[in-house]
Design a protein around this ligand. Structure first.
Ligand code: G4F
Length: 327
């Protein structure tokens, strides 16, 4: 019988690539979506269009424990990947309140529901480099202390400890992946890489004059999203649950990303890119660079794309989208 998997956040970048991967491996794939996503499927489920009727989508809300219990009991999954979260690193007060509550509660509700109804289910939790925050050592690995500097990171550290507790106290097979930034043509427009690519392509096509960005000297460790969902799956196939850092071990500045993207289109970014204080962060994290040695040595994980290759793929995909060659 096919293994059953339940994915929260299935309509996002990572969720949709994970669905692709698990369908190809023969899983029966179930996903949790909000009612609003079904009502506005053209926009909110665009990453799943190509999967059409191969998925089983369940309407539930991560802040409603009863709807989660109902879904868990209906699906009785063998594996659960908890990817849904408010994941934009915001510093606004209203956002901070809801990010903290939503992210922590959703993780707790889901773990509690699985423990109660399907305790053998293997659980993946989407941790993040934001948990390390303002680091004192670089690169970071699984032993580096957490020092989050944004509420999003604080909420993710709390979720990480919930996972650890369910593992040690209740014997659940629960793992956290500590993933650094990962990009692809399915990245949301609010994140800097997609914003740069989509603006550069629009400028090339004469649809936009310029783009305003924040700190061009900020550095990130950027990987390829499909490689990172492969890492998630590997973590749930081991003999014993554990936590792993997933990263490239290389950092690049936003400026380097911009320059490469504009170069791909034959443009000089200096003519089109402005900076605007509204896009600067009050605290910019420095030196976030991951050491993925553990997952490489123990699970054989490897990245398949350089940043240059990711940028080329994103540019080509955006061009196809803007020229109407892609849905
Ligand atoms: O693309 P970003 O918004 O990603 P950020 O904040 O690093 O967070 C992403 O990666 C984390 C690690 O995996 C995740 F936890 C999180 O959920 C999310 O996926 O910003 C990247 C960098 C920052 O240093 C920011 O200051 O780009 C800089 N930046 C410069 N100009 C900008 C802009 N970021 C955005 N979003 N928009 C700008 O105009």
């Amino acid at each position: 019988m096919a293994k059953k998997v339940l994915i929260t956040g299935i309509a996002g970048q990572d969720g949709s690539y994970l669905a692709d991967l698990l369908l190809a491996k023969g899983y029966e794939v179930h996903g949790i979506v909000r009612r609003i996503a079904i009502e506005d499927s053209t926009h909110k489920l665009k990453n799943l269009v190509h999967l059409h009727d191969r998925l089983k989508l369940h309407v539930a809300s991560l802040d409603n424990v009863l709807s989660l219990i109902k879904t868990v009991r209906e699906v009785m999954p063998d594996e659960c990947y908890h990817l849904a979260a408010s994941s934009f690193v915001s510093y606004s007060f209203e956002d901070e309140m809801s990010i903290l509550n939503n992210n922590i509660n959703a993780t707790h509700y889901l773990l509690a529901a699985l423990k109660e109804f399907v305790p053998h289910c293997r659980f993946y939790y989407a941790g993040t480099s934001e948990m390390f925050g303002n680091v004192e050592q670089s690169p970071q690995d699984e032993r580096t202390p957490f020092n989050p500097r944004a509420i999003y990171g604080v909420s993710k550290v709390a979720g990480y400890h919930l996972v650890k507790n369910y593992r040690s106290q209740y014997g659940m097979f629960a793992c956290s992946g500590i993933l650094y930034n990962h990009e692809s043509p399915r990245r949301g427009y609010e994140f800097v890489t997609r914003k740069i690519i989509s603006s550069a392509v629009k400028i090339k096509l004469g649809l936009l004059d310029s783009v305003s960005l924040g700190n061009l000297d900020a550095r990130r460790d950027w990987g390829y999203a499909p490689d990172y969902v492969q890492a998630m799956w590997l973590m749930l196939q081991t003999d014993a649950p554990d936590d792993f850092v997933v990263a490239t071990g290389e950092t690049h500045t936003v400026r380097e990303f911009v320059e490469t993207a504009f170069n791909c289109l034959g443009l000089d970014y200096r003519q089109f890119v402005k900076t605007d204080p509204q896009f600067f962060r009050p605290t910019e994290l420095v030196d976030l660079c991951g050491n993925a040695r553990k997952i490489t040595d123990e699970l054989g994980w490897q990245r398949t794309r350089t940043l240059q290759q990711i940028i080329v793929e994103m540019v080509e995909s955006e061009l196809a989208l803007c020229e109407g060659r892609k849905g």
